[in-house]
Design a protein around this ligand. Structure first.
Ligand code: APR
Length: 567
């Protein structure tokens, strides 16, 4: 467990204003209505009978509209010892203009090592006697980028030449077949890449003019935040495209950034597949938007690392909170249906997971639709069990269809969300990494259950009032092999402790949706508390270890009353 330093609240200069009543823990038991309330399904009258759900069995759920979508009144943009702002806050507060904050280069382990740092040097042999001399790497990089940027049209060969020039040691290792195939296979009318490559090069070249203040690393155990402009993010990602970030290409255990996910895009450019084609289409669309004056984004984005000190971890056996509000639906998905809520990213502890590789499930899709999220990999150290990352203000540039191997980039998305006082789009994403169970039975263990409760609570709890409710789903139940019923109950408990409402999108899983509505209704009518549920889970895990698989929802139904009689 990472030791926590600093107090998250100290670094924040945000007063909260409630837009909604704060009787968050009060659950309104709603008479089942024939409306489209998702908790009564699509309003169909249920067939009733054993094993079938009836409207009255699910009456405790709420409507999505009943959940809190709010945005705090932020006040003036300001920096602090735990919040670094990469734009000039005085100019911003006076005029809302975004100008880079001055600062000096920090070639230091607590900061991002920038490609243009004068301390980023390479040794070359020059002159007649081939004397080894040290040359600033940026001299070489900027010359190559300038050459690429100076032409109207450039091909993949030119891009590869720049990337390899910046990383000569990987000449024989890195492959670019995916980039070549993309340009070859995209229909001519959509194929704008040869005019786009020079623009990305120009954007990468402008990094020193846009990012002047050193970027601190969001390190494990540190409760810190970074706010930067969408333009600054685009310059950083343009450099990631050309793989210019130094010291970031090895993940050897003793490598300097071994605890950070890769940021350079080289792994995106090799191993051609349909997945890579669709991923690259989304990435190239992003660069097409941010290199065009008419569509260049003009806001700020905040990346905030949060964590719980040991003293803040709930003692789950003595939490008398009742369940908070729950909305369940098998329709839609988190990002499309919960604007204004805190949207859960089913994350990897290496933020972004396989977005630059072959991964293509919930987190990678989220990062491809909101590519600004990828820049979090530049400065976010691996998440510890008691940590999460919250990103406020990322823009959605694309839309998609399908999932995994069926994922397809489905064209541009026009993001119409409003911006807050810090000109950040009102989109908040919460990255929490579930445990990966090689064997599903390993999860039926109260140490693991408690770790998941703490992880979810860390993300859900927020900084006091004025924070939105949570939009989530089958967190940890896909690649990570989690039990959807157990994970749903864990998230319900964490939300109850955090006094937050929950919108649960089962992503087409009707059975889970119906089962969750029913069990929630039972728990609410039985006035179940978190501590009692924790006790039930302890019994459940014991049974699971002993016998063959028992459905958690069935176990709760069969044992809820005896758990009541024990307390
Ligand atoms: N909204 C709601 N539910 C979704 C969505 C969505 N947009 N996308 C997927 N789901 C559902 C699907 O049913 C999926 O099987 O969530 C389930 C879990 O999704 P996964 O991405 O597999 O999540 P998880 O099991 O936590 O695996 C996380 O995968 O993407 C990588 O980097 C990530 O390493 C991490 C791992």
């Amino acid at each position: 467990m990472a030791e926590w330093h600093g107090d998250c609240s100290r670094g924040s200069n945000r007063e909260g204003h409630q837009h909604y009543s704060d009787d968050k823990s009060l659950v309104r038991s709603r008479q089942a209505t024939s409306s489209s309330s998702s908790c009564t399904g699509d309003g169909r009258s249920s067939p009733g009978g054993e094993g079938k759900w009836r409207d009255v069995d699910t009456a405790s759920c709420c409507l999505l509209d009943d959940l809190k979508k709010c945005h705090k009144k932020l006040g003036r943009l300001n920096f602090s010892s735990t919040h670094t702002v990469l734009v000039d806050v005085s100019i911003f507060n006076a005029s809302e203009q975004l100008q880079p904050q001055d600062g000096r280069d920090m070639w230091h382990k607590g900061f991002v090592k920038m490609p243009f740092s004068p301390l980023s040097v390479v040794t070359t042999k020059t002159g007649l006697r081939k004397q080894p001399t040290q040359v600033p790497r940026w001299e070489i990089i900027s010359k190559k980028l300038d050459g690429l940027a100076s032409k109207k049209k450039r091909g993949v060969d030119d891009v590869v030449e720049v990337i390899i020039k910046c990383n000569p040691q990987y000449t024989d290792e890195w492959t670019f077949d995916a980039l070549f195939s993309l340009v070859k296979c995209i229909p001519k009318e959509e194929n704008y890449f040869d005019t786009l490559f020079p623009k990305i090069a120009a954007l990468a070249l402008s990094l020193p003019q846009h990012v002047k203040k050193a970027i601190p690393l969001l390190q494990t155990g540190q409760c810190t935040a970074i706010t930067l402009s969408q333009v600054q993010i685009s310059c950083l990602l343009a450099n990631a495209f050309f793989c210019t970030f130094p010291h970031r290409n090895t993940t050897r255990p003793n490598a300097e950034y071994h605890n950070y996910p890769p940021i350079n895009f080289n792994s995106l450019f090799g191993n051609w597949s349909d997945r890579k084609k669709e991923k690259l289409r989304a990435i190239m669309h992003y660069f097409n938007m941010v290199t065009d004056e008419n569509t260049k984004p003009k806001g700020l984005v905040t990346f905030e690392r949060r964590g719980l000190r040991d003293s803040e971890l709930p003692s789950w056996r003595s939490c008398d909170e009742k369940l908070s509000r729950l909305h369940v639906t098998s329709k839609g998905n988190i990002e499309a249906n919960s604007a204004g809520m805190l949207q859960v990213d089913f994350a990897s502890r290496w933020i972004g997971g396989g977005v630059l590789g072959n991964g293509l499930v919930q987190e990678e899709i989220l990062f491809l639709m909101n590519p600004e999220l990828i820049v979090s990999r530049l400065f976010t150290e691996r998440l510890a069990d008691n940590e999460c990352l919250i990103v406020t203000g990322s823009q959605q540039f694309s839309q998609y269809s399908g999932f995994g191997d069926n994922f397809e980039w489905a064209g541009p998305h026009n993001d119409k969300l409003k911006r807050d006082e810090w000109v950040r789009l009102q989109r908040q994403i919460l990255a929490i990494d579930a445990l990966h169970f090689k064997y599903p039975r390993d999860q039926y263990n109260m140490i693991k259950v408690t770790r998941e409760l703490n992880k979810a609570y860390c993300g859900f709890k927020g900084h006091g009032d004025g924070e939105p409710d949570i939009a989530t789903g089958k967190w940890g139940c896909g690649v990570f092999n989690g039990d959807p019923q157990l994970k749903a109950v864990i998230q319900l408990m964490a939300a109850a402790k955090a006094k937050k409402g929950l919108a649960f999108f089962t992503f087409g899983d009707e059975e889970l949706a119906n089962g969750l509505k029913q069990i929630y209704h039972l728990l609410v009518t039985e006035k179940m508390t978190v501590e009692k549920l924790y006790g039930l889970l302890e019994d459940y895990c014991a049974v699971q270890q002993a016998d063959s698989h028992v459905d958690l929802f069935k176990f709760i139904r069969d044992n809820i009353r005896c758990s009541r009689s024990q307390l």
